[in-house]
Design a protein around this ligand. Structure first.
Ligand code: SF4
Length: 344
């Protein structure tokens, strides 16, 4: 899409290319890699043709020669040399400049996105250095809908912030500080240097395995073993939960408290968990002005209250009298069987 827009506007004199020439160029530049099927590729190709046809109709109608197309720039920001390409620069009737950047994003841009877009800010810096003319308009051109979304140029504070950002980033690059941040465009062109992707490019992870100062080298086998162990643990946990319930059900049904294996025995217990009923405690503590100290009936806060020497003993006694069974847990206690305990 970028190349086609460039082809359309990069003419020495009007008129621009015809629709046939534009679509022919599109066919020549089309790359078939990356599509899941021939059908998907054909759909995308047809979609691209539609976009370009609309593009040609809109811009062919009142074609204006741009000032520059796909313009390479080198600018100085402090000691830093910044290089880039601006898709299109137009000269406005006022004498100022208009910068256009083509985007193939799915969604249309929000005003906020447009006003904060760093790329446009840097383009403004570059264009004003290159042509010594003021930039008056910044545009992100949404190719899919052929919609230009524009805003006025940046003010000095935003330009200064962008300059400072360039200096900071350059400084960090010089100091080798550039933490990788995963994003929608990963992997980039440098996956072999990236902490998220570098492992895939290691030829032999056992290189460092024999050096005691180094951690054990992790290769693909270890990764797969880890995942496999996790899956086994999950399956075992499920099996354990099922068997546990079967033992409990059996003990309940047969009114037994213990079951025996060849080496081990399992005792079935019902353990009462005691605590306090929120409504009852609240009804008692609120009139005493103590409810805030245990708001929401936090059992640990209630324990603190009971341990507090400043709280009257009769209050503590009355709270403790409210203690009751709030749930019952089923437990299985496993023990090794004694030798003389085993069945013959
Ligand atoms: S692949 Fe790594 S270095 Fe490249 S953009 Fe993603 S996180 Fe950054």
């Amino acid at each position: 899409m970028h190349l086609c827009a460039e082809f359309f506007f990069r003419v020495r004199v009007p008129p621009p290319p015809t629709l046939e020439e534009l679509l022919q160029f599109y066919e020549q530049k089309w790359r078939s890699e990356g599509y899941e099927s021939a059908e998907e590729e054909a759909n995308y190709k047809a979609y691209g043709r539609e976009i370009l046809t609309a593009f040609w109709e809109i811009h062919g109608r009142d074609f204006q020669m741009p000032l520059a197309v796909e313009k390479i720039f080198y600018i100085d920001v402090g000691d830093v040399k910044l290089r880039g390409f601006i898709d299109r620069v137009d000269k406005l009737e006022s004498g100022g400049l208009s910068i256009v950047d083509y985007k193939t994003n799915k969604e249309l841009f929000t005003t906020d996105y447009l006003e904060k877009d760093l790329q446009l800010t840097l383009y403004q810096l570059a264009a004003e250095q290159l042509w010594q003319l003021p930039v008056e308009k910044l545009t992100l051109y949404h190719m899919r809908s052929n919609t230009p979304v524009s805003c006025p140029s940046r003010g000095q504070p935003q330009l200064n912030d962008a300059r400072q950002l360039v200096l900071d980033v350059a400084d960090k690059i010089n100091c080798q500080i550039f933490p990788a941040t995963e994003n929608d465009y990963c992997p980039c062109d440098f996956p072999e240097h990236c902490p998220y992707y570098r492992h895939q490019y290691r030829e032999n992870t056992s290189e460092t395995a024999n050096d005691e100062a180094q951690p054990i080298a992790i290769g693909g086998d270890e990764v797969e073993r880890y995942v496999s162990l996790q899956a086994q643990i999950k399956a075992l946990q499920e099996e354990l939960a099922t068997l546990r319930q079967e033992i409990i059900d059996y003990c309940e049904a047969e009114e037994m408290k213990r079951v025996y294996g060849a080496e081990n025995e399992i005792t079935y217990q019902l353990v009462d968990i005691t605590g306090y009923n929120e409504e009852e405690v609240r009804a008692f503590l609120e009139p005493e002005g103590l409810w805030e100290r245990v708001t929401g009936l936090d059992q640990s806060r209630l324990k603190q209250l009971l341990a507090d020497a400043a709280v009257a003993q009769d209050i503590k006694n009355r709270i403790q009298s409210l203690r009751q069974i709030i749930s019952t847990q089923q437990r299985l206690l496993v023990k090794k069987r004694q030798n003389d305990d085993k069945a013959p």
